[in-house]
Design a protein around this ligand. Structure first.
Ligand SMILES: [Zn+2]
Length: 134
């Protein structure tokens, strides 16, 4: 999960994309009685800018399985989200910092998994009740 910015710059490859699969740490799932089922599929599109900052469009997709938050029956939910992230070489507390050489995406991917998590995971029955109430 690395972007070798310095090397890509030398090669003139200022944009590109790559896919990877990631085993999320078990404690990253915050939904009670649930876990992230299988690998997180991720796709990163990057663009290296003239000031060495790097924009990354990070798409993550994964499945959460476990027990329904309402009735404890088996439940599953598929999550898919895209986040636009900026890596900068001078720490500004707003964006992600990197050393100007390599970007390690681990922190950004973990953060994206946390941000994308639903508060509840519902079985089909309970999800139906929720839909009726809308
Ligand atoms: Zn339920």
């Amino acid at each position: 999960m690395k972007i070798e910015v310095k090397k890509l710059n030398a090669l003139g490859k200022y944009t590109g994309s790559f896919k990877f699969e990631y085993d999320a740490p078990a404690d990253l799932c915050l939904v009670p009685l649930c876990k992230i089922d299988g690998k997180v599929k991720a796709e990163a599109k990057y663009e290296i800018y003239a000031d060495d900052s790097v924009g990354v469009s990070l798409k993550i997709a994964y499945r959460i399985t476990g027990q329904c938050s309402y009735c404890l029956k088996d439940a599953a939910r598929d999550i898919e989200k895209v986040y636009d992230i900026l890596f900068v070489t001078e720490d500004d507390s707003e964006n992600y910092y990197y050393d100007g050489v390599n970007i390690d995406l681990t922190t950004a991917v973990n953060d994206s998994i946390l941000f994308s998590q639903p508060n509840v995971v519902l079985c089909n029955d309970c999800a139906g009740i929720d839909a009726d109430n809308k």
